[in-house]
Design a protein around this ligand. Structure first.
Ligand code: ADP
Ligand code: MG
Length: 309
């Protein structure tokens, strides 16, 4: 059975007029029903990618299909399948939530009666029912964000894309939004979320792609990615020469880099002394050791903001 992905991106490139190469050949598949995280530091190209997928930005090269619909050839049809929640609040603060939702749906050709019905439904889901006729300006930050999600859902999109929906909002608001996003996904909508919070992606998403400087540097399940993060890598300098066959140690991967140097990968939780002892039992004495930096982890340090960019 051939399954049409919710999103298929191939060979996507974007060079802005000022010469910035924002995307350098992106290939990406997102399955229908998935909760997908696109994780990357500022300037990685997340918004550019989302802008192209939602037809707001023109690609320089490559192809995008939304549920099999080519966005270049059938722009309107593709746009109808997508709901976009942009990073910045972009509704009129002097309109009421109900009107914002109804007018938005009207713009997409939803008849007024149906739009009003949907608006009440979405306001309910976003826990904004009591605010339907208040001036939007008076909503709290979290409510404004939920209103943006409600608006995106007015066209009943099959794919909801959220561009850093929780950037800079406090943890309580984030939790509320996570709950809402989970419910939307559970109801059958495919969700793509960009974020630079690792823990957010970890909490919500089944699949993840990491984007850095316009390239996908990792694309896997969240589970597999987390497994790679639990590994610590060292380089051991050995006294003398390594034997031809290295000892077998449960959970530890030993590789001779050269006759005097051993590459060691082991679970972070494991005690190094046990490894030293097992090596010593085979006559291998470790003279000195250093941490081998894990590229992926370096990336994460940057992503999670623990190091200045
Ligand atoms: P992210 O959303 O991951 O922070 P962006 O897609 O916004 O990244 O930006 C990727 C790169 O493209 C950055 O170097 C940014 O400065 C540049 N860029 C983004 N938008 C424009 C634009 N409209 N014109 C020129 N350069 C842009
Ligand atoms: Mg962005």
């Amino acid at each position: 059975m051939s399954v049409i992905p919710a999103l298929r991106v191939s060979g996507l490139r974007k060079v802005y007029a000022n010469g910035v190469e924002a995307l350098r050949g992106i290939d990406l598949d997102v399955a229908e029903g998935d909760f997908f995280a696109l994780l990357g530091p500022n300037g990685a190209g997340k918004s550019t990618l989302i802008g192209i997928v939602s037809s707001l930005v023109n690609a320089s090269a490559g192809q995008v299909e939304v549920f099999g619909v080519d966005i270049a050839r059938h722009r309107e049809q593709a746009m109808r399948l997508i709901g976009l929640v942009p990073q910045e609040i972009n509704f009129n603060l002097f309109e009421k939530p109900l009107d914002i939702l109804v007018n938005y749906a009207g713009f997409y050709g939803v008849p007024r009666d149906e739009a009003v019905r949907r608006a009440h439904e979405e306001l309910e889901r976003a826990q904004l029912a009591g605010k339907a006729r208040m001036m939007s300006r008076t909503l709290s930050g979290g409510m404004k964000r939920r209103l943006m999600i409600a608006r995106a859902l007015m066209t009943r999109p099959k794919l909801l894309i959220l561009d850093e929906p929780t950037a800079g909002v406090d943890i309580e608001i984030r939790r509320g939004m996570w709950k809402l996003m989970r419910e939307i996904n559970a109801a059958g909508t495919t969700v793509i979320l960009t974020t630079h919070y690792l823990e957010e992606a970890e909490d919500l998403c089944r699949h993840i792609a990491i984007i850095d400087r316009g390239r996908i540097v990792q694309h896997s399940t969240m589970k597999a990615l987390l497994a790679t993060l639990d590994v610590e890598a060292f380089v051991f300098d050995i006294d003398g020469v390594l034997p031809a066959s290295l000892p077998m140690l449960d959970g530890v991967c030993l590789t001779a880099r050269d006759p005097h140097t051993l590459d060691v990968e082991m679970p972070r939780a494991m005690d190094l002394n046990g490894v030293f002892a097992a090596l010593a039992a085979q006559g291998i004495r470790v003279r000195s050791m250093r941490n081998r930096t894990n590229r992926l982890e370096e990336l994460f340090v940057r992503l999670t903001g623990k190091e200045a960019a």
